[in-house]
Design a protein around this ligand. Structure first.
Ligand SMILES: *[C@@H]1O[C@H](CO)[C@@H](O)[C@H](O)[C@H]1NC(C)=O
Ligand SMILES: *[C@@H]1O[C@H](CO)[C@@H](O)[C@H](O)[C@H]1NC(C)=O
Ligand SMILES: *[C@@H]1O[C@H](CO)[C@@H](O)[C@H](O)[C@H]1NC(C)=O
Ligand SMILES: *[C@@H]1O[C@H](CO)[C@@H](O)[C@H](O)[C@H]1NC(C)=O
Ligand SMILES: *[C@@H]1O[C@H](CO)[C@@H](O)[C@H](O)[C@H]1NC(C)=O
Ligand SMILES: *[C@@H]1O[C@H](CO)[C@@H](O)[C@H](O)[C@H]1NC(C)=O
Length: 520
């Protein structure tokens, strides 16, 4: 038995050199698979994979055995990769995508079926993005209606880290799938993100065409782990990793998640992204978050635009959730500072530093008794609803209200002891004495004092600042970790029920929160 085996091993490479290596090495990128959603028009979807250097690759899009289009390319040297950009396609499907590699006289064909065209959204962040549908309120009901959403397809990236930028995903937790109660309700902080799913479901209800959702998030991770070296440098983030100061999980080293969980997706054509992160930065480079967050958005935009050969929009829509609240052992203003920094210190988005972004305010969605800790509020439905309003306005150009009211003018009526705020929108007011505060200064000492809510009208609110014997220097709203009880903040926009976001404004600005920049 030894002799024939020996001969076989010797002969095999001589007889079948091209065929075997072709079979082994010719493949699609790991996220190109059955049931996937490819980005629809006006962009062209990118299809790529690996093959033998020099081989010709023909990508064919078919529907009912009929060829819709064919693209030919060749496998590049060094990377052994190939890539084609499909012509823009109308939403719909299903289609089959075929890729055939021809090398000399040999050829090999790959196929993926049940492919749809629609909008592809990437969802990233830490545990509040990672929380699954089985962990949220009304989970049983939310898991029971997947039948109506078979054109919303889901994909989940495995938790992996890398020291270098990876070209392809090292591991996938959930390959492209039709949603089921099992793959959506798979355990705790595993597989599919509830916020991502509910956001996609809301979009589908509005758009009525396929939606692809990619979940790539990891609990307890700081923004530095998701940032490339370029953006960290922009913000002067220390290049050394840091050690954990609280009981967070997940990797915290600079760039390791960008490298392994985001960069491998950058050649894909996308519609946009949503992000829910920031809790892990309350004790890590907190004061830099007003730089690291806008820098991450800009860097991801550049990378995905370039990677997709310009098919993913340069300033693609980017939505995020402003931090909710939690029961903190200490009272400090770390949470409000991150909330403020999430808007690049404007108080609202989009703004000049964060163009084409949208935000879901969540400080009123607290959850005292969450079994996952109050840091993980279970009302993800309202989060996703508010996010989808932002997407409809910013990403889809609908004229609708997607931001809560912010003051655009303030006037100190010193003789009456009032500070009169004029809001950008109508306000629905439930008076509360402590949620507004005024910084009162005398002898170069400033102190925050409560500024009770006084007379109000449809769009104005006067604060009682008569307790300030010195000079009022600044005013702030909802500047605490836990500003109000569930859906009971004092200020909402009446018809949209969107909460007024927190803000801080200095009297010298004349206008709160740099709202002057709104006009730009
Ligand atoms: C691919 O190979 C098969 C045989 O393995 C052959 O029948 C077919 O014609 C080839 N196709 C191309 C395009 O070379
Ligand atoms: C960011 O916030 C810090 C303090 O929280 C402030 O000193 C700094 O000027 C801000 N930077 C930018 C770019 O807004
Ligand atoms: C992905 O995009 C980058 C940046 O444009 C490029 O260098 C790389 O070759 C692309 N990958 C493939 C497989 O074409
Ligand atoms: C859960 O279901 C109840 C009953 O239909 C509803 O009132 C409540 O708003 C739902 N909660 C969330 C967070 O959607
Ligand atoms: C606040 O300003 C508005 C608009 O200038 C005005 O209509 C309103 O009466 C003022 N409120 C008070 C209490 O003076
Ligand atoms: C402001 O508050 C003070 C005491 O807290 C009260 O005497 C005064 O009447 C209030 N002013 C207004 C305009 O409500």
């Amino acid at each position: 038995m030894v002799a024939p085996g020996f001969i076989f091993v010797l002969v095999l490479p001589l007889i079948l050199p091209a065929d075997t290596s072709a079979d082994v090495r010719f493949r699609f990128a790991s996220y190109i698979n059955n049931y996937m959603v490819l980005q629809k028009e006006p962009a062209g979807a990118v299809i790529w994979g690996y093959g033998i250097f020099g081989a010709t690759v023909t990508v064919t899009l078919c529907q009912d055995k009929e060829t819709i289009m064919e693209k030919v390319t060749s496998v590049k040297a060094h990377s052994n990769s190939w890539m084609v950009v499909l012509d823009p396609m109308k939403p719909g499907g299903p289609y089959e995508v075929m890729a055939q590699q021809t090398f000399g006289r040999t050829n090999f064909t790959l196929r993926v079926h049940d492919v749809l065209f629609g909008d592809v959204w990437l969802c990233s962040g830490q545990s509040n993005m990672q929380m699954t549908v089985s962990q949220i309120f009304n989970a049983t009901r939310e898991l029971s209606n997947t039948a109506a959403y078979q054109s919303v397809r889901i994909f989940s990236v495995s938790l992996t880290e890398a020291e270098q930028e990876l070209e392809d995903l090292a591991k996938v937790d959930l390959q492209w799938s039709k949603p089921t109660s099992e793959n959506l309700g798979h355990g705790v902080f595993k597989y599919m993100s509830a916020v991502c799913w509910l956001f996609g479901r809301n979009l589908y209800d509005t758009l009525h065409y396929p939606i692809g959702l990619i979940s790539s998030s990891w609990g307890g991770t700081p923004i530095e782990a998701w940032s490339s070296g370029r953006s960290l440098k922009t913000c002067g983030v220390p290049t050394r990793g840091f050690t954990r100061s609280d009981s967070v999980t997940g990797p915290n080293k600079n760039s390791v998640l960008w490298n392994a969980m985001i960069h491998p997706l950058h050649n894909m054509t996308l519609k946009g992204m949503i992000w829910y992160q920031g809790e892990s930065n309350i004790n890590v480079n907190r004061d830099l978050y007003n730089c690291t967050f806008p820098a991450l958005i800009e860097d991801w935009r550049q990378a995905f635009h370039r990677g997709s050969q310009g098919q993913t929009e340069r300033f693609f829509p980017f939505g995020f959730v402003q931090l909710s609240s939690y029961l903190s052992a200490t009272s400090d203003d770390k949470f409000p500072q991150i909330r403020w920094h999430q808007t690049a210190d404007f108080g609202y988005v989009p703004n000049v530093r964060m163009p084409n972004t949208f935000m879901a305010v969540a400080m009123d969605l607290c959850d005292r008794t969450s079994p996952y800790g109050s840091i993980h509020p279970r009302d993800k439905q309202t989060v996703a609803y508010r996010l989808h309003l932002g997407a409809r306005a910013v990403a889809y150009g609908e004229k609708l209200i997607f931001q809560g009211p912010l003051p655009e003018k303030m006037e100190l009526l010193a003789d009456r002891g009032l500070l009169n705020l004029t809001y950008s929108q109508q306000i629905q007011v439930k008076k509360q004495d402590k949620i507004f505060e005024i910084s009162c200064c005398s002898d170069r000492q400033c102190k925050w004092l409560p500024a009770p809510m006084g007379p109000f009208s449809a769009q104005t609110l006067a604060l009682n600042v008569s307790s300030c014997r010195g000079t009022p220097a600044a005013v702030r709203y909802a500047w605490t970790t836990w500003p109000c009880e569930y859906k009971r903040c004092p200020l909402y926009h009446p018809s949209s029920t969107l909460p007024a976001p927190p803000f801080i404004a200095f009297m010298t600005d004349q206008i709160p929160g740099d709202l002057s920049k709104l006009a730009e």
